[in-house]
Each structure stands twice: as C-alpha cells, then as structure tokens.
Design a protein around this ligand. Structure first.
Ligand code: AMP
Ligand code: ZN
Length: 123
C-alpha cells in the first residue's frame, strides 16, 4: 500500500503536512506546493503506484475514480465562484523521469483558473 521514502505516502498517512482539498477511501487531493495556476491540485491514489507505465490491470479502476474527482472539483470550484457552469481545467500526468515526473507516486495535476496555452505552450 505505502512505500517508505515516498513523500506522497507520507502525506497520505498525515506524517507530513499538506493542504487537503478532498479525501475519499481511495484518493486524496492536495494543493500543489508550487502552484502553476490559481487552482493547482494533485489528485493522488492512496495506494502507492509508481506511474501509468507500470500500473497493474487490477489497479486501473482508480483512473475512473480520479476522473470522477476531477469532474467534482470543476463543479465545486464553479460553485465557490458562483458560476453555474463547471470550470474548465487541464489534467497533466507525467509518467517517468524523462517525462518530467519528480514524485514517483502516480498523480494527476488538476489545473484551473488560467489558460495554460496563453504563454506559448503547445500540445
Ligand atoms: P511531478 O513533477 O509531475 O512528479 O509533480 C510533482 C508535484 O508535486 C510538483 O508539482 C511539486 O510541486 C509537488 N510537490 C512536491 N512536494 C510536495 C508537497 N510536500 N506538497 C505538495 N506538493 C508537492
Ligand atoms: Zn507513495
């Protein structure tokens, strides 16, 4: 379930502090320590899975739960801002060191409140 020396496992076990936005049986959502958008959250499965390169078939259900939580966040942020439509957002998932992953416990970056393509980024 947990891996020693993994910062997200320590956050999940409340051994180190974080700003928790949401917590379910399987997932935790925290604020990114170095936000790149007005809303920059990390959607993290509680089970230590390194990344999507090595996820096991029996663990794939978690991706659906992560998507569900992203949808809920977009509705909740809209409500906080008195908007009737869900806010638009980007999900970013870095899988592997050469793909920019720095914490090797699978997570999705949830980014909202800013158009990330405005500064020249192209995908
Ligand atoms: P990645 O580079 O895709 O692995 O993303 C790791 C993210 O974790 C980065 O955006 C970091 O800013 C964030 N991060 C690292 N340590 C913490 C922490 N203690 N609390 C919250 N976010 C963190
Ligand atoms: Zn971990």
């Amino acid at each position: 379930m947990f891996s020693s020396n993994c910062i997200f496992c320590k956050i999940i076990q409340k051994q180190i502090p974080s700003t928790i936005i949401k917590e379910t049986e399987d997932l935790i959502v925290i604020k990114d320590l170095y936000p790149k958008s007005p809303y920059h959250y990390l959607i993290i499965p509680k089970k230590h899975i390194e990344n999507l390169c090595v996820i096991k078939d029996e663990e794939l259900f978690i991706l659906s739960k992560m998507g569900q939580v992203a949808r809920d966040l977009s509705i909740e942020i809209a409500a906080q801002n008195n908007q009737s439509e869900p806010v638009v957002f980007n999900l970013v998932s870095n899988n592997g060191a050469n793909a920019g992953q720095s914490v090797f416990h699978m997570h999705w970056h949830f980014l909202a409140g800013k158009n990330i393509y405005k500064d020249g980024l192209k995908l």
